[in-house]
Design a protein around this ligand. Sequence first.
Ligand code: F6R
Length: 611
Amino acid sequence: MCGIIGYTGKKEAAKRLLEGLAALEYRGYDSAGVSFFSEEGKLITLKARGRLANVSAKVDACPEAKTSSCGIGHTRWATHGAPSDVNSHPHGTDALQLVHNGIIENYAELRERLTGEGYVFLSETDTEVAAVLLTSYYKKLGDKEAAFYAAMQELVGSYAFACVFADEPGTVYAARMGSPLIVGVGKGENYVASDITAILRYTKHYYQLGERDFAVVRPDGVTVKNSRGEEVHPPLETATWDVEAAEKGGYPHFMIKEINEEAKTLRDTLSPRIKNGLPDFSGEGFDVSVFRQIDKVHIVACGTAMFAGCAGKCKLEEYAKLPADTEIASEFRYAEPLVGEGDLVILVSQSGETADTLAALRLAKARGAKTLGVVNVIGSSIAREADHVLYTWAGPEISVCSTKAYTVQAALMTLLAVSAGLARGTLAEKRAREVVSLLEHDLPGEIDGILANDGGIRAAAHSLMDTKSMFFIGRGADRFLAMEGSLKLKEITYTHSEAYAAGELKHGTISLIEPGTPVVACCTVPAMFEKMLSNIREVKARGARVIALCPASAEDIRGEADFVLPVPTDDTAVSTIAGATSLQLLAYFLAAERGLDVDKPRNLAKSVTVE
Ligand code: F6R
């Protein structure tokens, strides 16, 4: 949710800023902008509404850009103020330019006060208020660091800032609270970035800034101070992701590349946690005896991560006989949740930075619950703050629409549930071994099989070309799968769809089924095939076109379907996870055939760091 970058060194800053922004564009793409110093030390700002290409064109036309060696950049997901040239970042004054990721909650009162001091605002943004506040303190105190600390005292909300002062070419100032920010370390050059993908091409080494840290970044060194102004020395981290992982590698879209990576990411995530055919989390210090000490599990997340959590809930209840609630993070945090010492709260998040999930984690900790993060981005806030973290080794997920992250989250939650079942004595070792083997040996190949035989999915997608509204239905674990399939479809194809518990349809919603209404019937759970068959017949009787997601064994269901989406197995340990891949492809093929911007659907951003 907004991407920021800063560079200082000897190379062409404007080029590096634009490259960084291209890698960060998935965090928001309503507008983009850069500020850089010319060779003579003049601070130049270029920004424009819309995609990065609009700013790139301005940079190309600016001769000073070629000799720039320090600057900042931003790609925006609009919060305060519509996407427009004037609301684009950087924002600033004669003294400085600032880029920001986050939300300044008290911007209205600060703006009023600063207007009283004679400052004039050009945009509707909260960021401009922060830039003016910083300017006002800089002019009063005459010291940049002091100005930052004074402004940070007053700002309420979340921020990652990168800032350049007009009177100090070559230095980037940075600070963070609540929004992610790293300082990349190169040779004779240093960076500031929202995440490592922005700078992977140039360095893999970085410092993770802590909450309320402040950094001064120059070509020959970096100084980091904590909220009390004391110098701190965060450990130098090295990214394990390589630059190819963050590039399309010949695929037309990141989304399809990332679906194709699911088999590998499953192996990467599961294999290190399997010893002698059984789960083993001891290598990462996670003691599964915790499952004997708790009464209840709460799985808290947002969006797709939430639906992966739902897959985990089903497995925890089935294998470990543990009550498991799934709760949307933005609801959980304001619902006075009944969470305490006897509970384990599992936070599922690809980015590890989702504001609501992070707030839910903090709330759970404050109430004395044990917390476990299931997180993809190493060193992210949720990973650092949870009592324990289990990483999903999915590598960078660039497409805004989550695919491989879901697959590994659901698989890891299943492995965890097996472990919990063994720890609690509720799952026979024989079945545990079967499930582990299915996850480790069968599932990756089955997903590759779906990708290799995608003709049926393409045909089903093509049949939806003119569809404006449709349904997804399912029972049990398939109800949650239906929700995930519906979310994928809505998100990237802009087709309205509703996900419904199949048995609930006849209590009202079936009135919306008309001749030709497409209904995707999710049937990966054999115990539910009979019931689903009845539901399929009910909607068919009203003229629905049925797309059945089911394995070969669901013969009767296939007989009723207009199209079939493959599920290569009917063992419920993995069938729902494999089914998700078919649904991801259904959405992908439709969006691609409609010529839509698959990786950057409108109004969205990847990492939702605001409430
Ligand atoms: C949908 C999607 C979102 C995210 C959600 C949570 O395809 O990607 O629904 O799953 O915003 O994000 P993380 O997992 O980063 O917490």
